[in-house]
Design a protein around this ligand. Structure first.
Ligand code: GLN
Length: 492
């Protein structure tokens, strides 16, 4: 077995036992990236020197007997909308092409403190708007299982990097599915925590009421290990939750006998790929075999969730993106002197040149739906739908403990396939946006292969019930062969 094939759990144990050093492990990953990232294009930036330097420092501590976290010496990739001090953070946008983060996001700080080795920053759809990573201003990322297909998005670089063994795990962000959908397309595990579970400080804002950072890993246990490190209250994010952070690995091994799993009928509708449906239903049968009680449930407002999401998200995004004005950060269309004389033209030209088409589309939709005369008809109505979607979940969770659904209606689609029609692209988020609207945790785990492409099943839990969805996910994973294994490793 190659070093880069190890899970976080395995690598951590071996580093702790000094079977190999962090430097050896880091070198193995840098070599892997060197050899294959040409084909995948998962990374926007690889920080070779810093990674080697950090690995040496961590090794030094371990040699002195200072071992304090399973993340010590572990090579990690971070989505490029999460700030990393002194390193470029572009959000996949031309407008931030040369922006160097002046501070670390809270998650970055926490992972550094836990001893991670930051390998580099991964590609994404510009400002995390998209479902294929094709909206990146810099490059397209290929799906490691089939290079002619998309890795999903917007955390496509992170998911592809994990699937292709270019890092041990990665961080993504999920506003409407951007951790779970690419995880499903790439055959890896993706967890979106409860809103507020993980600090958003230093995450470049898309829709602040939905955004959450989450781990993308090879196994469920690895996701639990990462969440242990990044969860918790943060004084710099007033929406972060003060709920106690449990040890998320504690309940993994618990039997799931008697646990009630609801299958929402609205998630098995026309348009879902037959193969995907078959595999997800087979996974549900497996959960039943493991002792879960399966029952059909209904979430009637699901049908309106996607439409409402695509009003609320652009509205919040249009406000969040107002700060990119050619003055304060990043790209400016004019030199300083001229800028002072003609402020309006700095704004408009910087934004016209700096933003890509999808970002502009959403700024326009958002500005429109927030404008007087249209606010009530669009934004306010969408907010009402959001409340109803959240209420649906609340009610259903009085009957069942968690929900199981497909993560996506199809397997990874071809590069370019949905670029001409944004609406078909938006439809890939149909099963994921509701959890963001409800602010509740959800995980995608591999549940089979359709025509040699991975399929994911999504487990959605009650607020702060990450331990429970991780438990069910883990039990399923242990009982099946679909999680990342060397025999299923991407045929590169
Ligand atoms: N694909 C969704 C969108 O385009 C989700 C984005 C996200 O979660 N960042 O909005």
């Amino acid at each position: 077995m190659e070093l880069f094939e190890l899970t976080l759990k395995e690598a951590a144990q071996k580093i702790k036992d000094r079977e190999f050093s962090s430097l050896e492990l880091t070198k193995a990953f840098l070599k892997r990236i060197d050899q294959i990232d040409e084909k995948i294009s998962a990374f926007l930036d690889v920080e070779k020197e810093t990674a080697l330097k950090t690995a040496k420092e961590i090794d030094h501590k371990i040699q002195k007997g200072e071992y304090y976290s399973p993340l010590m010496g572990i090579p990690v990739a971070v989505k490029d909308n999460i700030l990393t001090k002194g390193i470029k953070t572009t959000a996949g946008s031309k407008i931030l092409k040369d922006y160097q983060a002046s501070y670390d996001a809270t998650v970055t700080k926490k992972l550094k403190k836990a001893g991670m080795v930051l390998l580099g920053k991964t590609n994404l759809d510009e400002f995390a708007m998209g479902a294929s990573t094709e909206n990146s201003a810099f490059q397209k990322t290929n799906n490691p299982w089939d290079l002619s297909r998309v890795p999903g998005g917007s955390s496509g670089g992170s998911a592809a990097a994990v699937a292709a063994d270019e890092c041990i795990f990665a961080l993504g962000s999920d506003t409407g599915g951007s951790v779970r959908q690419p995880a499903a397309f790439c055959g890896v595990v993706g967890l979106k925590p409860t809103y507020g579970r993980v600090s958003r400080y230093g995450l470049i804002a898309l829709a602040s009421s939905f955004d959450q950072i989450g781990p993308i890993t090879k196994t469920v246990e690895d996701a639990a290990l990462v969440l242990n490190q990044i969860a918790g209250k943060d004084a710099f994010d007033s929406t972060s939750a003060s709920e106690v952070v449990p040890d998320y690995t504690k309940e993994l091994a618990k039997e799931i006998k008697g646990i009630k799993i609801g299958i929402p009928k609205e998630y098995f509708i026309k348009g879902i790929d037959k193969e995907v449906e078959k595999l997800v239903r087979a996974a549900i049968d497996k959960l039943k075999e493991l002792g879960a009680q399966i029952q059909e449930v209904s979430l009637p407002y699901t049908n309106y969730a996607l439409a409402a999401y695509y009003i609320i998200l652009p509205a919040e995004a249009s406000a969040n993106l107002a700060r990119y004005d050619g003055i304060r950060y990043g790209y400016s269309a004019l030199g300083k002197e001229e800028a002072v004389k003609n402020l309006f033209s700095v704004y408009s030209r910087s934004r016209a040149n700096g933003f890509g088409d999808e970002v502009k589309r959403r700024i326009m939709i958002g500005t429109y739906s927030l404008s007087s005369g249209y606010y009530d008809a669009y934004y306010l109505r969408a907010q009402k739908v959001k409340t109803l979607v959240a209420k649906d979940f609340k009610e259903v969770f009085q009957k069942v403990d968690l929900l199981a659904t497909p993560t996506t209606p199809t397997v990874a689609f071809r590069l370019g396939e949905k670029l001409d029609n944004p609406l078909t692209m938006y439809l890939s988020d149909i099963y994921t946006v509701s959890a963001n609207m409800g602010g509740i945790p959800a995980i995608s785990i591999p549940c089979g292969m359709a025509n040699q492409l991975p399929v994911g099943i999504q487990l959605i839990g009650k607020p702060f019930a990450e331990s429970q969805i991780l438990n069910v996910a883990y039990q399923y994973e242990q009982a099946t062969d679909w999680h990342f294994t060397p025999s299923l490793s991407p045929p590169l």
